[in-house]
Design a protein around this ligand. Structure first.
Ligand code: AMP
Length: 377
């Protein structure tokens, strides 16, 4: 039996060994907890800063049981684990957020149905199983549109932009036989996200909405706070809080949204874990998204998500990102974070860099480029 709040030196099990697990484990260490990582990969980023590691795929019952026996509570930083594996773990130790939350976020059709049922808008969408269904969906939703695999997509992988009727058949052939979803293309004014933490007692703590800019389908730059009207900001927060509530979440939820040209807020997707668009909070907040994640999972009180500074966060991606590292560490005012990945493959998130500004002083485009120096977009 685990008792909450977890006492100092309790062990938090984290499923997944990537950078989100690494930064969660660092936050856990500050709060006096130890992390035990379940991962397939020896030397994964989180294992380098954790007290214990179980090396396993995410389904083998014997290693799942050994992992559960070694920990007091379980969370995850990685969504592409089997929900069945997580359910097996939930029978042995508390899992926060629960497997039901993972099931919603793992499948774009289940996710969009859930979001719409909660009374929240998304891009228009249709599940697509055959090329005939794709043609029917495209004539209903119109072009341009985005065809995506319903599962296992991340960083723009598993999707195709459809601009012309001739694009339909090749895109279907490239992505099928996986289950697919067609989404109407949102001509967005900007992309934003909101990260909210929720405790087992229903207490919530919500970070300010931030603006996200992508490059090649991968998050490139986050600006905190998002420069959006107050009403849009309030709408974005309300959506994140409503979804956390509807999911009966215990943990952290990141909600990615589009703000369209009319100012309407549409949800793109949700992630029940720390999120790349919250990395700025490590340096710009007394308690970051990772601290709040650990606090929610451990049953500690959730402090307000206070932002003491404005911030710009840029990802260091692939070999080009790594090539910037010496200049980042040599530049005053740039706060560098590296994830300990041995190999800088193209498209791989290797680290990030944050620049802080006094509250209210986030500069415009030219000032931003100057402030980021060698890490400017
Ligand atoms: P996703 O994997 O769904 O987060 O998509 C990655 C990125 O592709 C998003 O952050 C957007 O920049 C873009 N994108 C995805 N879906 C749409 C859509 N329906 N309309 C416009 N842009 C989209």
């Amino acid at each position: 039996m685990s008792h909450f709040p977890l006492p100092p030196n309790a062990v938090i099990g984290l499923v997944g060994g990537g950078q989100l697990g690494r930064m969660s484990a660092l936050a856990a260490a500050r709060l006096g907890y130890r992390c035990h990582i379940l991962t397939r990969e020896a030397d994964a980023p989180a294992t380098q800063v954790a007290a214990g590691v179980t090396l396993s795929d995410y389904v083998d019952p014997t290693s799942l049981a050994a992992f559960a026996a070694a920990v007091d509570v379980i969370s995850f930083e990685f969504e592409n684990v089997s929900a069945e594996g997580l359910e097996l773990l939930a029978a042995l130790k508390p899992v926060r957020p629960g497997p039901h939350v993972l099931r919603v976020s793992q499948d774009r059709v289940v996710e969009k149905s859930f979001i719409n049922r909660a009374g929240i808008a998304t891009a228009p969408w249709a599940a697509v199983a055959t090329v005939e269904e794709l043609h029917a969906a495209a004539s209903r939703l119109g072009l341009p549109a985005v065809l995506k695999t319903t599962r296992y997509g991340y960083d723009g992988k598993g999707q195709a932009r459809l601009r012309h009727p001739d694009d339909l058949a090749p895109a279907f052939a490239a992505l099928a036989p996986k289950p697919l979803i067609l989404e109407g293309f949102v001509d967005f004014a900007c992309e934003i996200s909101v990260i909210v933490a929720r405790g087992a007692d229903g207490a919530v703590s919500c970070f300010d909405p931030v603006e996200n800019r992508h490059r090649d389908g991968i998050l490139d730059l986050t600006l905190a706070p998002a420069r959006i009207p107050e009403a849009t900001e309030a709408a974005a927060r309300a959506i994140a809080l409503r979804l956390a509530e509807a999911l009966d979440l215990v943990g952290l939820l990141a909600v990615e949204m589009f703000v369209d040209r009319s100012g309407a807020v549409l949800v793109n997707e949700i992630a029940p874990r720390p999120h790349n668009s919250g990395h700025w909070s490590i340096d710009a907040c007394p308690e970051s998204q990772f601290d709040l994640h650990i606090r929610a999972v451990a049953g500690l009180k959730l402090p307000a998500a206070i932002r003491h500074s404005d911030a710009a966060m840029r990802n260091l991606v692939g070999p080009e990102g790594m090539a910037l590292w010496p200049a980042v560490t040599a530049t005053d005012g740039l706060i560098g974070h590296l994830y300990g990945k041995a190999e800088a493959r193209p498209g791989r998130k290797m680290g990030h860099v944050t620049r802080l500004f006094p509250r209210g002083a986030l500069p415009g485009e030219f000032g931003l480029a100057a402030a980021l120096g060698p890490a400017a977009p």
